[in-house]
Design a protein around this ligand. Structure first.
Ligand code: ADP
Ligand code: ADP
Length: 230
């Protein structure tokens, strides 16, 4: 069951071809790894799959259906975690959480979201050491990344999660905790796209790996041993 399907997707920036004829889909419960050298088109594909950017040609269909979200925002149920950490450094963690969906939820949502994120932080990253009352800018990079990840995991009706280098700042231990959480999320049917230059991580945790080169997917390989051997 595909959560998102890209067909013949192309995208250019001026004279640069970022994507050329991409056909790929992400199934429910699947972790799709995306690898390729710098400039291969990974980030562009990620933004297009999230609905943040429109392709010039081809189509993207989400299972959630409906029209494309407003430019610069994700489709409902789709969430992207990218390299440029999105937390606002001058606000507290709690304020950042409240801000992330400001205007889209009713009164009382902020408090609930805050509690939900705190609880999930404890659950996924025990020993994280984050106080939601601290300025985000005072947290370590690892703590900021954990908050950012957990905030995304709390997205209502999350169906597709797109992760760009999610473990860049994490310790080995937090990395292990993250992948355990991602796998159980996948078991609940959430689909994921995982971009990482850490090939070992992608090999260990992705179900399939798409290799990109010059704006194309040149190879898709099965990665992690799945139930065939079980
Ligand atoms: P680094 O020095 O960061 O390890 P690499 O040149 O090994 O850089 O990798 C750069 C990018 O190329 C990464 O996104 C990685 O996922 C990808 N990559 C590495 N090996 C391969 C390969 N055999 N085929 C396709 N992509 C690869
Ligand atoms: P990757 O994430 O694999 O490094 P990108 O998707 O960032 O690749 O980039 C693909 C190509 O598109 C590159 O040549 C890059 O320079 C270009 N590109 C990406 N985003 C933009 C942009 N906003 N403006 C101009 N060129 C861009």
């Amino acid at each position: 069951l595909a959560l998102v399907t890209a067909e013949a997707v192309a995208k250019r920036y001026g004279n640069t071809t970022a994507l050329a004829g991409i056909d790929i889909s992400v199934a429910a419960g699947e972790i799709l790894g995306l690898v390729g050298h710098n400039g291969a088109g990974k980030s562009t594909l990620m933004r297009v799959l999230a609905g943040r950017e429109q392709p010039d040609a081809g189509s993207i269909r989400w299972r959630t259906g409906g029209a494309t979200a407003k430019p610069g925002t994700e489709q409902p149920g789709v969430r992207m975690i990218y390299q440029e950490l999105a937390l606002c450094p001058d606000l507290t963690v709690a304020e950042n959480i409240a801000l992330s969906d400001a205007g889209t939820r009713g009164a009382g949502w902020n408090r609930r979201a805050e509690r939900r994120v705190s609880r999930k932080l404890d659950e996924i990253f025990p020993g994280h050491g984050v106080s939601v009352l601290r300025r985000a800018g005072d947290l370590t990079m690892a703590q900021r990344q954990m908050v950012e990840i957990v905030r995304a995991l709390c997205t209502p009706s999350l169906s597709l999660l797109i992760l760009d280098e999610p473990t860049e700042s994490l310790s080995i231990n937090a990395t292990r905790q993250l992948y355990a959480a991602l796998r159980s999320l996948a078991d609940e049917g959430v689909g994921m796209v995982l971009i990482s230059h850490r090939m070992q991580e992608v090999l260990a945790h992705a179900d399939r790996i798409a290799v990109m080169k010059d704006g194309r997917v040149v190879e898709v390989v099965a990665a992690r041993d799945t139930d065939e051997d079980a």
